[in-house]
Design a protein around this ligand. Structure first.
Ligand code: AMP
Ligand code: GLY
Length: 417
């Protein structure tokens, strides 16, 4: 089969790496890809939001299956376009992608289908937002309704911070139209877990659990990022918790997807908080997580392409999906300054010195004058696996130490309990 992967991050490198191991896959293209992906696939210079360009490429090249990495093309409706053109694609329709594209929509979906989540208020004017602050205790959470590249969620410790956040989102429009509406939400305390699931519209099948570390600094300090590191399995996600999640979250989520008539053949990634009152949903994402994918897919034993084929045929329940018992840890190396401004074009050294059960997935990298250089906020995802988390952690940090670029930053406490 000929496949096209849409995206250019560590998540897409991991998907391409896994697909490259499938005997069913003969050729892989990636749009736009990155230098790491380029070692396994042919990079194609089409942007992820150029939906017409992607459809045309897929048709002209007779691509058998397209897999979408990031949320933006899904929210723009890439799946509907591919379907109209008769092309196979893994990713929900525009109607399904709204579960990530609008926080107010996803919260009302959770209410309608009785899915445990934090209490919230939805507001579409600044004055109304300020008034509703009095209903909540601190900390409280403010979320821009639309997409904001993982930066639209503010945890406010007091009223001054909340007012400042609301002003930035609703009046200064730091996230543009994404801030026309805001969700004000109860702060949930507990341990976060990411559960990615395969969905074919008829069934929902969870992958192994993982935990992301969203804040930029050690000890969960500083602003939120796209994710600074992950590990799998997540120690809080016991079999008992998994059973509760299956019953109270996965089943009703699938029921909602069906009843709302969403055409959903893709990934749903459920961000959970395991609270003292049980698991509650923080958010839905309608795609693989980044860097969750980097620790989940190395544990997949079943052929990923075979799973995608079953999803297209709505026969996900016919295939047994197997996982290994390895522990996997991923540490993100970021550019100095990320998630704020950062420099690009800095030479990356030492990537060929990595050793052991470790792989370096590329994210923001480029080739300049024949050298590998930085080209984004999150630059590399260094990922190691072993029989237990402690060994995988030692292994990953031993390899992180070998890679250097000026300003490099990373967390030293990924997977520390
Ligand atoms: P979201 O994009 O909604 O997942 O939010 C990003 C991050 O903000 C989550 O991964 C959590 O770390 C945090 N967060 C979001 N909602 C809440 C909440 N209600 N309580 C506590 N933390 C939250
Ligand atoms: N790591 C969180 C996300 O992919 O949204």
């Amino acid at each position: 089969m000929k496949v096209l992967v849409v995206g250019s991050g560590g998540r897409e490198h991991t998907i391409v790496w896994k697909l490259s191991q499938s005997p069913l896959v003969k050729e892989i293209y990636c749009a736009p890809g990155n230098p790491g992906i380029g070692q396994l696939a042919k990079n194609v210079d089409i942007a992820v939001d150029d939906l017409d360009g992607l459809v045309d490429f897929s048709r002209e090249m007779s691509i058998d299956m397209t897999i979408v990495g990031p949320e933006v093309p899904l929210v723009l409706g890439i799946t509907d376009k591919f379907k109209e053109a008769g092309q196979n694609i893994i990713g929900p329709s525009k109607a399904g992608a709204k579960l990530e594209g609008s926080k107010s929509f996803s919260k009302s979906f959770m209410m309608k289908y009785n899915i445990p989540t934090g209490g919230y208020t939805e507001v579409d004017s600044y004055d109304e937002a300020i008034k509703s602050l009095d209903k909540y205790e601190y900390p409280l959470v403010i979320k821009a309704d639309g997409l904001a590249a993982g930066k639209g969620v503010l945890i406010c410790q007091n009223k001054t911070e909340a007012e400042k956040g609301l002003k930035e989102i609703m009046l200064d429009k730091v996230f543009g139209d994404s801030g026309n509406k805001v969700v004000i939400e109860e702060f949930l305390e507990g341990i976060e877990t990411s559960v990615l699931c395969f969905v074919d519209g008829k069934s929902i099948v969870p992958m192994v659990s993982s935990q992301d570390h969203k804040r930029i600094y050690d000890g969960d300090k500083g602003p939120n990022t796209g994710g600074m590191g992950t590990y799998s399995p997540n120690y809080v996600y016991t079999e008992e918790v998994a059973k509760i999640v299956e019953k109270t979250i996965l089943k009703p989520t699938l029921e909602g997807i069906q009843k709302e008539g969403m055409d959903y053949k893709g990934i749903i990634f459920i961000g959970l908080m395991i609270t003292k009152d049980g698991p509650k949903v923080l958010e839905y994402n309608v795609r693989f997580g980044d860097p969750e994918t980097q620790v989940v897919l190395p544990r997949l034993e079943t052929d990923l392409m075979q799973i995608f084929n079953h999803m297209i045929d709505e026969k996900l329940s016919d295939i047994e999906i197997k996982w290994n018992d390895k522990a996997v840890v991923c540490v993100v190396l970021a550019s100095g300054g990320y998630p704020g401004d950062y420099e690009k074009g800095i030479e990356i050294k030492g990537i060929d010195d990595i050793s052991g059960d470790t792989i370096v997935f590329h994210a923001g990298t480029a080739i300049k004058d024949g050298k590998l250089v930085t080209n984004g906020g999150r630059v590399l995802s260094v990922t190691s696996w072993a029989n237990d988390i402690e060994t995988a952690r030692r292994e990953v940090y031993k390899n992180v130490d070998k890679i250097d670029f000026k300003g490099r930053s990373y967390r030293t406490d990924i997977a520390v309990r």
